[in-house]
Write a protein that binds this ligand. Sequence first.
Ligand code: ZN
Length: 291
Amino acid sequence: MKIRRRARLDPSQVQDRRGLSGGGLAVGGGGIGLVIAVVIVVINAVSGGSPSSVEQTLRDLSGVTIGEGQTPSELSQCRTGADARTSEDCRVVAYVNSIQEYWDGQVRGYRESPTVFFSGRTSSGCGPATTEVGPFYCPPDSTVYIDLGFFQELTDRFGAQGGPLAQAYVLAHEYGHHVQDLLGLFDRGGGTGQGPESQSVRTELQADCYAGVWAAHAVDTGFVTQITDQDLADALDAAAAVGDDRIQRETQGTVDPESWTHGSSAERRRWFRTGYATGDPKACDTFTGSI
Ligand SMILES: [Zn+2]
């Protein structure tokens, strides 16, 4: 799976909060803090400001919550598919663009949902979040949050093979939750409880199925060249790697279905495959019958 060279990317769908901590400037956070400091020094040099006023300005800035559209970011350099072939950031922008392009054509009144790149920790409409929780969708602020270090974890910690469609699957799963949100699923109490037939597992498996549906149409969106058998195998492998039973077996040595929240490896594979094979969101009814 490659990104089409001439695809036009829309980096405004992704916000970059890496190097920021909890919404403020990270101490010694490198690039961004430095750029702002340099700009202030220049302004003060021109206006004849003293060093103490520079410090004052920096202190004030560090208390500012940097939110939407205010973050200096290299993501604005993500313009075409050619950029996505040389930069991981731009490649993820392309995935997000493709996923939303698809759902925009499927869900009446679709509203774009941003993806936020963060590192370490960040604030969200669902409270403070750290890398440890993994990528997530937050319904109150309709935003996907991801530390891209998760892609490395997917192979190192969860033992997945990795690959481009495996990574895109992670994003497509989170956008599956956004679609559920738009369809009012969370208002109806979806997504709670534990156990093999719980609402939580049904919600997660539907998001996997929706990810498969997007993959079936990824080429149609104009962002992706083709999905090969290897790509599909990578995605199914990633879905299996994050199955509750496998994670439990590896972390606690035993499998306890009563505490499942996402579904087994076999179920996660099966629902992604169902979405991919049918290409039809209606085939993703994980809420009726047994799973
Ligand atoms: Zn999920």
